[in-house]
Design a protein around this ligand. Structure first.
Ligand SMILES: [Zn+2]
Length: 179
């Protein structure tokens, strides 16, 4: 864990960052299994402040036949269904995800009431490795800061790169609209 490499819009608590590094590293390891079962190459989990996992879902764009089924969107939906609410804010939840959220997921996170976001590999590297278009996201860290959402990124990026490179090397589908 190197604090100086972390991309953030809030003060860094070394203990929380250490926990996030453990969780994201574990998600990356687990993601390999999900990919082998046909999932897209991203995994997200939502935890409460006590460290209880509320939801955990992989990207299911291909298996679910829906372009919105990104890991973050799936995890938010599952958490809201479980907690029976459209507003997660009172539950003070953190989202952990193996890569930086795309344009759509930033909107989904903003609308959900998620309080903190921890992500693994930055979008630039995701795009370079996979060819996915993660979208335009001007000043998203400061826009999230304005809305009270803390963000910590570039957590354990090496393993994130390995998993995505493996996804591409093994010939899995790069799902995107044909333009
Ligand atoms: Zn997304």
């Amino acid at each position: 864990m190197t604090i100086s490499n972390i991309l953030s819009n809030a003060p860094i608590d070394p203990q929380k960052l250490q926990r996030a590094t453990r969780i994201i590293t574990a998600l990356q390891e687990e993601l390999k299994k999900y990919i082998a079962q046909g999932s897209g190459p991203f995994l997200a989990a939502i935890y409460d402040e006590q460290g209880t996992c509320i939801s955990k879902t992989a990207n299911s764009v291909i298996s679910g036949g829906c372009s919105h089924n990104h890991a973050e969107m799936n995890a938010i939906k599952q958490a809201e269904e479980k907690l029976k609410t459209f507003d997660l804010a009172p539950h003070r939840l953190s989202l952990y995800v193996t890569a930086e959220p795309c344009l759509m997921c930033l909107g989904g996170i903003m609308w959900s009431g998620i309080q903190t976001v921890y992500y693994g590999l930055p979008s630039k590297r995701v795009e370079e490795i996979t060819g996915f278009d993660e979208g335009f996201k001007p000043n998203w860290l400061s826009e999230f800061h304005k809305r009270g959402i803390s963000v910590y990124g570039n957590i354990a990026p090496q393993i994130g790169e390995e998993v995505l490179a493996m996804y591409v090397k093994n010939g899995h589908t790069i799902y995107k609209p044909a333009r």
